[in-house]
Write a protein that binds this ligand. Structure first.
Ligand SMILES: [Zn+2]
Length: 386
């Protein structure tokens, strides 16, 4: 292209001026002074070009060559202005592509260096993101994908700091359970009984465990809130909303699993995380404690601790853990779950795990040996505390 510099005139100059005006870089004419001729490359326009070049890391010469021209074109786009995808010819470039790449990188998806060019690696990262968040992995950044990116933005972009704040809060919280507010979330209820085998329902089992846990937590001076009554089954987003409104310190979601194979059995715990990037470290720690305590106290199989972007974990603004306590479709697990003593053990194990989280490794006891009465003894000033 032809270079444009001070003194030039023509429609190309007017186009450059319009672009810089849209970016707020062209000074408005001094009041009373003569209005500038739009198609004339004057001193004010040259200053604006320099400012733009400096801003973008281009050579600051006040001359519009091909690099500056391209950068001006790219700057017109902000994320959401248009659909973005990989195009074989006519590769998409722009500040919107740059913003998308930055967002993907922040979320832990390797879109390569953020360069504002929608290439193959950007497409692959976008597809992975879409897959992880339950969308059709079409590699097209349209309204739905943008909504998810924005959605997540609140938890993760504001969220990396958010996840760090979780840690700060934990460290400031102190070791005592007394005064801490816990939301216990029985996974099902009302018209949604969850897994049902031979008249035994997941909703009934987790409601029972929730009550046992609630009783112990209250005795330890904690404020335990149930996310819903036995007649309701709110959506995960509503459960998360309840915990956020309550200003809970921790959310514990209780479930029992099922599998077409009766052989499948065991215990799994889940915390917020994308698997490739952002993770709630406090959630991960709590999930780990719960998992280890329950494994040490029961004979359940170790099915691991996993990061998941599920809504309850993602939309809550505090550490949240979901536990799948055995398989109702497995005979041994079912037999355990039907035993009230087993459900007591589970409740005690979860309470001890929460205590461990707040102990931050101090005055701790080996996994599986901490008892409910140990905890009550340590809660000086709690109603039953010794
Ligand atoms: Zn469930």
């Amino acid at each position: 292209m032809q270079l444009l510099s001070r003194g030039d005139t023509g429609p190309a100059v007017a186009e450059v001026r319009a672009a810089l005006q849209a970016l707020g870089l062209v000074e408005p004419p001094a009041s009373g002074g003569p209005a500038p001729e739009p198609s004339r490359f004057d001193g004010a326009l040259e200053d604006a070009v320099r400012a733009f070049q400096q801003n973008r890391g281009l050579i600051t010469d006040g001359v519009v060559g091909s690099a500056t021209y391209r950068a001006l074109r790219d700057a017109r786009w902000s994320l959401g202005d248009r659909m973005l995808c990989l195009q074989a010819s006519n590769t998409m470039t722009g500040d919107d592509v740059f913003a998308l790449q930055e967002r993907l990188l922040e979320l832990g998806y390797d879109s390569g260096r953020a360069d504002g060019v929608f290439g193959r690696q950007t497409e692959q990262a976008l597809r992975s993101f879409q897959r992880d968040y339950g969308m059709a992995p079409d590699g097209i950044c349209g309204p739905r994908t943008l909504r998810h990116l924005g959605y997540l933005g609140r938890k993760v972009t504001g969220g990396r700091p958010g996840l760090l704040r979780e840690q700060e809060r934990l460290h400031r919280a102190g070791p005592r359970l007394s005064g801490k507010r816990i939301v216990i979330d029985p996974g099902h209820g009302g018209s949604n009984p969850g897994v049902a085998v031979g008249g035994v329902t997941e909703a009934g089992l987790v409601a029972d465990i929730a009550r046992r846990l609630e009783g112990r937590m209250s005795a330890a001076g904690m404020e335990a809130l149930l996310s819903h009554g036995p007649q309701d089954c709110p959506s995960d987003a509503e459960r998360a909303g309840f915990a956020n409104t309550a200003g809970a310190d921790v959310v514990l979601s209780l479930h029992v699993d099922a599998n077409p194979s009766p052989a499948a059995n065991g215990l799994a715990a889940f915390h917020f995380g994308t698997g490739t990037g952002a993770t709630s470290t406090v959630g991960e720690a709590l999930a780990g404690f719960i998992h280890r305590e329950l494994l040490a106290r029961t004979r359940m199989l170790d099915c691991g601790v996993h990061p998941r972007p599920w809504e309850l974990l993602r939309l809550t603004r505090m550490p949240a853990v979901r536990v799948e306590i055995g398989y109702l479709t497995n005979e041994d697990d079912r037999e355990s779950l039907l035993d009230p003593a087993f459900r007591d053990v589970v409740a005690e194990g979860i309470l001890v795990a929460v205590k461990r989280l707040y102990l931050l490794g101090q005055n701790d006891k080996p996994t599986g040996t901490f008892t409910f009465s140990d905890i009550l003894q340590r809660e000086e000033g709690s109603p039953i505390g010794a």
